[in-house]
Design a protein around this ligand. Sequence first.
Ligand SMILES: [Zn+2]
Length: 360
Amino acid sequence: MSLARLCLFALLLCAAPPAAFAQAGNFELVKLAEGVYLARRTEPPGLTTNANSVFIINDEDVVVVDATLTPGAAREELAALRKLTAKPVRYVINTHWHDDHVMGNIAYRESFPGADFVAHENTREYLPTTGLKNRQMAMSPGGYPGFIKALRQRLEKNESVFGGPLDEKERATLASDIKIGERYMAENPTATVVLPTVTLRERLTLYRGARRIDILYLGRGHTSGDIVVHLPQEGIVVAGDLVIHPVPYVGNPQSHPGDWGETLEKLLALKHTIIVPGHGPALRDDSYVQLMSRLFSSMKRQVAAAAARGETLEQVRKSVDLDEFRKQFAGDSRVRRAVFDSYVLGAGLAAAYADATAKQ
Ligand SMILES: [Zn+2]
C-alpha cells in the first residue's frame, strides 16, 4: 500500500503533567484540576490512532469528553474512572464524529442507560451517513485489513517509507498501528453506534453542582462539527481534534484548513491555562497551538493565491512551500515526517484547495 493510499485510509478515521499514573490499557490518567482528569492515550503517534478522553467529576455525577476508538478501550477507561469515583456518568460529549472519539459510546450507554450523548448537530447528521460510509470502508479489505497487511510487510522487510531500514521509532509505531487496527476489526464490526441525544449549533452550558461546563462551536477546522469543552473556572479547554499533537491530522474532504486557523484564534481567546488536545499531552503554553494556527494561515494564503492564478491541485502541490513548518512539526523524526507528508501535504493541501476553490 503506497503512502498516499495509507494516508487516504488513515483519516477514515507540552509540558510535564503534575501527576500521571499508568492504567491497564494504553493510557495514563493525568489530574488537570480538582475532579478533572485526562485519560491520555500512550500509543505513539502514527498513521492511525486512538483519542484522549477527559473525566469531569462533579458534585453528583460525571461528564466524559470523548469515548475512544472501541467499546473495549472505553471499558478500560471506565474501570479507571470507577476507581476515582462511584458517581454515575450523566453526559458523554463527543467533540466530533470520527470513530476514535465515538465508537466507545456504547460502553457508557450499557453502564449508564440514562446518560445523554452531546455533540454538534453536524455530528448527528454525519454519524449515520458519512460516518457509516467511512466505517464500512475501514472494515472493507482495502481498509484496516489492507492497512495491517501493508504495515506487517514493511515490518518483515524492515523497510522505511523513506527507503532503507526502519528506525526504532518507526518500528514501534508500525507495531502500535497494527494493534490499533486489529482491535478495531475485532470489536467495531459488531459495535452499536450511539447517536447524540442532545445537539447544539453554537453553544450549550451544563451546570453540574458547582461546576460550569461550556460546550462551544467556534468554527470549522478538523471537521465541520468540532466542539470544544471549556471549563472557565478551572481554565481548561478540551479542544478535541482542533488541536492534535505532535502533527495535525487533516482530512480530505472532511477538514477545512481554510477556516482552521481562525477557529484556533477563537480557541486561544478563551480563558485558559491548559489546552487538552484530541491526541497528545495536555499543553500548558500556547506555542504549539499558535504554530498550528500559523500553519493553517500560511496554507490558506498560499493555496488561495495559487488558486487565483488558476493552478490545478497538482500545480498547487508543487508551488506551495511548507518546508519550514515540516521542520518545526517533524524535526528529525521519520515518523512525524511521514505523518506530516500524509496528513498535511497530502490530504491537507487537497482540502485547502477545495476550500479555496469553493469560495471563488
Ligand atoms: Zn481523533
